[in-house]
Unconditional design. Structure first.
Length: 303
C-alpha cells in the first residue's frame, strides 16, 4: 500500500463531504478500501474520514465500528479539533459507542481550557445527542466556557448547542447560564435560526432559569421568524415561554403560535396538541382560537 494511502482516502472523502456529493456506490467502494487499510490510519485521517461520513450521513456500521475501535487507541495523539470532529461525527450519526466517548472525555478534560467556544459547544452537543452523561467532561466544558475571558456574544450556534446540551444532561451551572443569557442579549438575534432560538429558550426553561429581558428579546424575535419554524419548534417555544411565566403583555404571542401551528401541523404528535391546548386554556385565550380547539377535539380527544 502506498505510504500516503490513508491520507488520500481521507482527503477524497473530505472533498466529497465538503461539496455535499453523496455518490453511494463510490462511497461504498471507498469505505471498503478504508476498512482494508484502517490499521494505517492516524488521528487526522480517522477524524476526517468519520466527519466526512457523518456530513454525508453515509452510515456504514462495519466501518464505523472500525473507526471507533481505532480512534480509541489514537485519541491521545489527537488535536482538539480532531477530538471535536470525532465526537461530532459519531453523535451526528447517532452511533453510540460509550468506550469511544469515554476516551474522548479523558482527552477533553485536561485540554478544555485550550478549546475554542466552538469546540466546547460541539463536544457538549455530541455527548448530549448520544446521551452519554460524563460529569467530568461537562463540568470541564462549563468551567472553561465561563473563564479565560470567553465571550459568546455573536456566537449563535455555540450558544444554542451548549445551552441545549447542558439542559438535556441536567447540568445545573448558573454561571454558565448567566454567560449564555448575556451572550444572547448582546447578539444580533437576526443571526439565530428558528431552531436555535427554540433550543436556547427551551434549555433555559428546562433548567428553570428566568431572565425577563432574555425572554422578551427571544419572544420578539421568534414572532418575526414564525414562518420559518417547524411545528415542534413552535410547541417547544410556547412551552418554554409558558413554563418561565412570560407575561405576553400584548396578549397575542401565544395566540399567534397556536394559529401558525394549525397551518403546519400535519403529522404532529398528540402531545404537541395537548401542550398547546393546555396553554390556551390556562392562559384564557382558547375562545379566540376556535378552529384550533375544534381540531384538537377532533384529532386528539375524539379521534
Amino acid at each position: 500500500m502506498p505510504e500516503n494511502e490513508p491520507q488520500n482516502l481521507a482527503n477524497i472523502a473530505w472533498s466529497f463531504a465538503t461539496l455535499k456529493l453523496c455518490d453511494a456506490p463510490f462511497l461504498g467502494a471507498m469505505v471498503a478500501h478504508a476498512l482494508a487499510t484502517m490499521k494505517e490510519f492516524g488521528p487526522q485521517e480517522l477524524a476526517n474520514f468519520a466527519w466526512s461520513l457523518a456530513t454525508l450521513m453515509f452510515v456504514d456500521v462495519p466501518c464505523l465500528n472500525a473507526l471507533a475501535n481505532k480512534s480509541v487507541t489514537s485519541l491521545q495523539a489527537s488535536s482538539i479539533q480532531n477530538l471535536t470532529n470525532t465526537a461530532w461525527a459519531f453523535a451526528q450519526m447517532k452511533f453510540k459507542r460509550t468506550t469511544l466517548f469515554c476516551s474522548v472525555a479523558q482527552q477533553v478534560v485536561p485540554h478544555a481550557s485550550e478549546s475554542r467556544e466552538r469546540d466546547l459547544s460541539i463536544t457538549a452537543w455530541a455527548f448530549a445527542r448520544v446521551e452519554v452523561r460524563d460529569e467530568n467532561v461537562m463540568n470541564a466544558i462549563a468551567e472553561s466556557a465561563v473563564s479565560n475571558g470567553r465571550d459568546f456574544a455573536g456566537k449563535h450556534q455555540e450558544i444554542a448547542n451548549l445551552s441545549w446540551a447542558v439542559a438535556l444532561l441536567d447540568l445545573c451551572h448558573k454561571t454558565l447560564l448567566d454567560a449564555m443569557a448575556s451572550g444572547v442579549l448582546r447578539s444580533d438575534l437576526a443571526q439565530f435560526s428558528a431552531q436555535e432560538i427554540t433550543n436556547t429558550v427551551w434549555a433555559f426553561a428546562s433548567m428553570k432559569y428566568v431572565n425577563q429581558p432574555l425572554l422578551d428579546a427571544v419572544a420578539a424575535r421568534a414572532m418575526i421568524q414564525m414562518h420559518e419554524a417547524a411545528s415542534q419548534n413552535m410547541v417547544n417555544l410556547a412551552w418554554a415561554l409558558d413554563c418561565l411565566g412570560w407575561a405576553d403583555d400584548e396578549g397575542v404571542a401565544f395566540q399567534s403560535i397556536v394559529e401558525r401551528f394549525l397551518k403546519v401541523c400535519s403529522g404532529s404528535l398528540g402531545i404537541e396538541w395537548i401542550t398547546l391546548a393546555t396553554i390556551a386554556e390556562d392562559r384564557g385565550f382558547s375562545s379566540r382560537v376556535p378552529e384550533f380547539m375544534a381540531e384538537f377535539e377532533r384529532l386528539v380527544l375524539r379521534p
